[in-house]
Design a protein. Sequence first.
Length: 275
Amino acid sequence: MPDVQSLRARFRELHKAGCFVIPNPWDIGSARYLRHLGFPALATTSSGFSFTRGLPDGAGGRDAALAHVGEIAAAVDLPVSADFQSGYAHDPEGVAENVRLCAATGASGLSIEDSTDDPSHPLYDFPVALERVRAARTALEGTGVLLTARAECFLRGHPDPLREAIRRLQAYAEAGADVLYAPGLRTREEIQAVVDAVRPKPVNVLMHAPGLIVNDLAEMGVRRISVGSALARAAWTGFLRAARMIASNGSFDGFRDLTSGSELNDFFVKDSLLA
């Protein structure tokens, strides 16, 4: 098994050139299968994990998130980046302390959002958001953990989300963020504008619907592609469809074309022997 520093060095190398997909497992089993498929790194999904606990996104709290990140990081010999939401604190000092705790889980990277818990004021004011990124950067000094700064303008209803996201991401880059991320970009033009505005810093793009493929994004200069909760929701989609059929009309048609239990069992037997 590679040690934590080797994984963190490997994760940094992935961001230096080319384009890679960093899919988001929601539990140990999904993480190990994604490793089996050959993905070079993984990222947690706060919402995917929350759904496994019967909770909405973000309701589990800091300690549950830390335990989950540590569990995933320990389960695979791959770099794991933590979806660390807004740092589970409002003030920069609290963000710094929680970021240190996240680094101690064995994560190779983590992301910090600039969204608040207040629907009437959904984004941190620009100066506060910037100080929070600076605090996270300082807290990670010497750890090798990669810091991703997220501008949540598209997801939080900002009236001019592209302009504001670019303004924030450029400032976050100056504050020491290693990777920039504006979830909610939908068009080629929006993606290209963000990539061009912050280069040579690497950009993460969220893909959760059909349309663009990896080669398209690579040609635009995107360095990293995540899928957020989409894989978890794909699993939930199959479950909901089958369960609703049984509940509504007694049909088991939702079980058509299932992956066999023996296939899954064989995989996990082999995987456990490799662990």
